[in-house]
Design a protein around this ligand. Structure first.
Ligand code: PMP
Length: 400
């Protein structure tokens, strides 16, 4: 290993200075100790990956007449067959989309980085939910932008507050996860979506609608995408991913963009990685063509729905008196607020002593954290394990 020269510091750009390593990733490393039953990660359940279907799809992509193509350099916008499949699915979900509207990205995380590179100047403001998805905050900060938290209620963004903060800060962008939000699992109702769309139109506010969890709905009707509401549609970049639906290791996401941003985003993608992995895209296109996606999703919804039920049924006996938590209709998380005076970060070592883990909410806040909050993920454990883990959490919280 090379040792740094004495007195020398490597020339790291100023824009990196304000960007800390994700404390959530550091906490996750702690929670991966063997024996710890973890509700910390936001991972899909590996036993639900369609491994056979994906193996067949990869084999077919490698063996067919175009195999050379699947291993070759390709176009920056993405595999045409994959874009066509994704466009069909979005259209069927109420967001009319053509393949040309889509740029395939290496996970939706890359879409965030590309949008930040294309749209944000150092010092620009970005309105975000309070709290917000941490890696989005990192992407904006890396571009030198400043996240400005918008007050939220149990549904999510308050449109009046968005409008007030637009007047105050003149933000370049609004970033929102309106459906089964990370970390809070909150979902904007239909009326609120229309109010928000009206604010977006009135304020001419460019918006990122990030939707990794919308297909994981266990109850109720699908939500209307903000990108489908006239007035907001022209100003909204819609992001999604196959990470929660197929497998995150594929790193297949996309951004559906208004026409005027297609060219700039494609240039940013060229500079970032030329294109996403050709073989992964080709295999994913084949998987989507062959799988009964509705049946696959029905299975995910059934299993995750049972896990969610197990968690919310047990929580009242687990949490200290005076705690609050939500009962989300989908997604992967339950958001908890402990009573006044308790600090979820300070209590985590005690939980780890009892071999159970969660993620404190504090790192997800762009400005002032609420130390009482924490996020629990229910997706990776069967109901009996959830009961076991929550029993440990009750013991950890007892007397807190
Ligand atoms: N947005 C949100 C809100 C997320 O929760 C995640 C994953 N945790 C992502 C984007 C990124 O997902 P991926 O890059 O795997 O598509």
């Amino acid at each position: 290993m090379s040792t740094p020269l004495p007195g020398r510091s490597a020339p790291v750009a100023a824009r990196l200075r304000g960007v800390a390593s994700s404390p959530v990733r550091e906490i996750l490393a702690l929670t991966e100790r063997s024996g710890v039953l973890s509700f910390a990660g936001g991972l899909p359940a590996p036993e639900l990956f369609d491994r056979e279907g994906l193996a067949d799809a990869f084999a077919a992509a490698l063996h067919d007449a175009h195999a050379g193509r699947s291993l070759q350099y390709s176009t920056t916008e993405g595999d045409p067959a994959l874009r066509a499949r994704v466009a069909e699915r979005l259209t069927a979900r109420g967001l009319p989309t053509g393949p040309e509207d889509l740029l395939i990205t290496s996970g939706s995380q890359q879409a965030l980085t590309l949008i930040a590179a294309v749209m944000l100047e150092p010092g620009d403001r970005v309105l975000v939910e309070d709290p917000s998805y941490l890696a989005a905050l990192q992407a904006f900060q890396l571009a030198g932008a400043v996240p400005v938290p918008v007050p939220c209620d149990g549904e999510g963004l308050l449109p009046d507050e968005v409008e007030r903060l637009v007047a105050e800060h003149r933000p370049k962008l609004l970033y929102t996860v309106p459906t089964f939000h990370n970390p809070t699992a909150r979902t904007l109702g239909e009326e609120r979506r229309r109010e928000l769309a009206a604010v977006i139109e009135r304020c001419d506010l460019w918006t990122i609608e990030d939707d990794p969890y919308g297909e994981l709905r266990y109850k109720g009707e699908p939500s209307t995408p903000i990108a489908a509401i006239p007035g907001a549609a022209e100003r909204t970049l819609a992001l999604s991913t196959l990470s929660k639906v197929a497998a995150p290791g594929l790193r297949i996401g996309w951004v559906r963009t208004p026409a005027d941003l297609r060219g700039p985003l494609t240039i940013a993608k060229q500079a970032a990685d030329l294109h996403s992995s050709t073989i992964d895209q080709a295999a994913t296109a084949r998987w989507l063509a062959g799988v009964d996606l509705d049946a696959h999703l029905a299975r995910l919804r059934h299993v995750y729905g049972e896990r969610r039920d197990a968690m919310v049924a047990a929580l009242p006996d687990v949490l200290p008196a005076g705690s609050r938590f939500n009962r989300p209709d989908g997604g992967m998380f339950v958001w908890v607020r402990l009573p006044d005076g308790l600090d979820a970060t300070a209590l985590l070592p005690r939980a780890l002593e009892h071999e159970v883990a969660y993620v404190p909410g504090a790192p997800f806040y762009a400005a002032t954290p609420d130390p009482r909050t924490l996020r629990l993920s229910f997706t990776t454990h069967a109901p009996a394990e959830i009961a076991d883990g929550l029993g440990r959490l009750r013991a950890a919280f007892a007397g807190a």
